[in-house]
Design a protein around this ligand. Structure first.
Ligand code: PLP
Ligand code: COI
Length: 344
């Protein structure tokens, strides 16, 4: 009943207008876990999976994933940005979902193998595109009762993408009245359920004319949490970089990196609770993530009041500086701190 989707022809790609969509590339990676061991994984041309109708993941959502990018350098080489951090978070997500952790070193090696095998699909330097890599793992044991699976499938696909939000264009956002994750729930894990729960509030926001919604802390609805697919930052009027400290947000690798970059830039970065009632103290705000890169937040609407940050049409100067520093490091144009960039 499954049908192989059509493989993407590299000559048909318009590198500067890729959008953020799935294309079926020549190679993926697949590995099964059963009888207590990972079994002979390898590259595969198959881009479909075969599952029991009772597979754990289909009913009870035992799934974790990662999102990372491979960047084409000016000299034609290919960089990965802190893949060891994705490997660590993948293990942490798996532990929270009570799944078999995938070994960190093997994770990085298999990601590199997928990028190498599909290297002609890493967009050229200067197009703004990158090869998006999606490692994921699902519980596949047939189970009727709610229980952790003892069998897993680990799989990686890659697909060339443009920016999730194109260019450094400020976008309007709205504070959602819904929650993305519970206070002591699965918000720190990169797992499907968090995203399934965000679909309804996100579509409501889009229908009302916003780019997406921003979630508050689920316990009090007083503090800023994060976006559905990116962490939040604000720049105070006296130039400090602030980003939420919360139990229910994803520990973003872009955020961790920007915290260090902001320190170098003298922005005295801090992770702290940010009251949504105090938006007026920020002169700039933005979203940070692998897909989002750094995307300026033009305005944020909260309780029917629109707060404009720097401008609704132009990115602020600190946002521009952070973007240039981050992207410069990822593309290999600027020196990277020790271990941040790994060549494929
Ligand atoms: N928050 C959520 C909910 C995400 O899905 C993502 C994307 O991975 C991020 C934050 C940003 O994390 P990272 O910078 O590691 O991509
Ligand atoms: C990523 O940035 O890698 C993500 O997973 C975000 C996703 C919503 C596209």
């Amino acid at each position: 009943m499954t049908k192989e989707s059509k493989k993407q022809n590299v000559a048909d790609l318009d590198w500067s207008n890729l959008g953020f969509s799935y294309r079926d590339l020549p190679y993926s990676y697949h590995e099964d876990f059963k009888d207590g061991n990972w079994q002979n994984g390898g590259l595969t041309t198959a881009s479909t999976l075969t599952l029991s109708e009772a597979a754990e993941d289909l009913h009870y959502g035992q799934e974790v994933f990662e999102g990372m990018k491979a960047y084409r350098r000016k000299d034609g080489g290919i960089n990965l940005f802190r893949p060891d951090m994705n490997a660590k978070r993948f293990v942490n997500s798996a532990k929270r979902l009570l799944m078999e952790p995938y070994p960190e070193e093997k994770f990085v090696a298999t990601v590199k193998a997928v990028v190498k095998a599909n290297q002609e699909f890493v967009p050229p330097y200067g197009t703004g595109g990158a090869l998006y890599i999606r490692p994921f793992m699902i519980g596949t044991q047939p189970l009727v009762g709610v229980a952790p699976s003892e069998e897993y499938q680990f799989h990686i696909y890659a697909t060339p993408v443009g920016a999730y939000v194109k260019g450094l264009v400020p976008m309007p956002y709205v504070v959602s009245k819904y929650d993305r994750a519970a206070y002591a729930g699965t918000g720190q894990a990169k797992t499907a359920g968090n995203y399934a729960g965000s679909l309804f509030p996100s579509i409501l926001a889009k229908k009302a004319g916003f780019a997406d919604c921003l979630y508050l802390d689920p316990r009090e609805h007083k503090y800023i949490d994060e976006f559905g697919g990116a962490n939040f930052y604000g720049i105070t009027k006296d130039g400090q970089f602030l980003t939420p400290k919360s139990n229910s947000i994803l520990p973003s690798i872009t955020k961790k990196s920007i915290l260090e970059i902001a320190k170098e830039l003298g922005l005295h970065p801090e992770e702290t609770q940010l009251k949504v009632s105090e938006l007026a103290k920020f002169s700039e705000a933005g979203a940070m993530g692998t897909a989002a890169v750094i995307s300026p937040v033009g305005s944020l609407t909260y309780q029917d009041k629109k707060h404009v940050f720097y401008s609704e049409t132009e990115p602020g100067p600190v946002t521009k500086k952070l973007y240039d520093a981050l992207v410069g490091i990822q593309l290999g144009d600027r020196p990277a701190p020790q271990g941040w960039v790994q060549e494929v």
